[in-house]
Design a protein around this ligand. Sequence first.
Ligand code: UDP
Length: 368
Amino acid sequence: MAEFDYLIVGAGLFGAVFAHEAKKNNKKCLVIDRRSHAGGNIYCENKDGINVHKYGAHIFHTNDKPIWDYVNSFVEFNRYTNSPMALYNGEMYNLPFNMNTFYQLWKVKTPEEAQAKIQEQVASLNITNPQNLEEQALSLVGTDVYEKLIKGYTEKQWGRDAKDLPAFIIKRLPVRFTFDNNYFNDKYQGIPVGGYNKLTEALFAGTEVRLGVDYIANRAEFDQLADTVVFTGQIDEYYNYRFGQLEYRSLRFEHEHLNIPNFQGNAVVNYTERQVPFTRIIEHKHFEFGTQPTTVITREYPQEWKSGDEPYYPINDDKNTQLFKQYQQLAEAETKVIFGGRLAEYRYYDMHQVIGAALAKTKKIFPA
Ligand code: UDP
């Protein structure tokens, strides 16, 4: 008999939800992580009372009431609404693309005028069936919005020409003909009061978490500890890269602690010009309406990923999708390993989707 029912590799959100649900069903889990802290990429570091999103801004949003109720059962969420600003060529624009943006661009005052302006630009392009991000964006919002607010940002974010990127990436962003700067269309949105660590700590309560340990390097030893492994790391690494390496887009964060109370007046300002090397500046205190005397800002630099770097975004192009499918076939044949989360499923997951996936998985294993 192994000591644990489940060994959960990776203390991120998938692992946290799995651990909580397993515990509720009287299963004993051991969670391990390479990092020196739990929480994966939603982990926050406290600086002067400010929760710094160390691995990039995380804003919780969902349309799914059960998922919203689920997270709120562990920690209260505040009323933060993401309304990023974009800075292009010295001018500020509201995001996502809405009547405020269209007024700032063209001084149009009504939805009809804005639609006519976009239609005029779209019509001259003759795109019938958008095949890539550039065509998708152009056919949605026309040339001006694309050139000023999308092209530069997207190409530095992904390190690729917008013509070589999948269209779905841009479909994440709403286009609205109302004066509404809410970045998300979802019904529910907010940030945990007191930061994301409150959420992960609550999910891991009562479960042993060992930090700073490497599963891959000590696999045989760890496998003995549990009946089943829940693996949330990179699936290609799990299989020793036997079919080749999956690619990612990485990020580098430059954190700065400033002795002023308010740097940019908003949590997120996107720099949509190609020439500015970072994509955005995050001012963390504004996620929680902080009134501290100092502030922490983070410049986010997209980076080409190489082995050993933090893998942030999967590159869901044809080549990588095919490669992932090969690994997925191996994964599906496993009887004692469960794969889950952004890295194991190689998906551009938002937090609510990770939680949804973990709950779906645990519901199957532990039917009520
Ligand atoms: N995007 C853009 N301009 C912006 C913000 C986003 O063109 O000012 C595009 C870009 O291609 C990006 C995609 O929209 O990759 C999705 O943006 P989102 O903010 O959802 O990305 P995340 O926060 O997940 O990095």
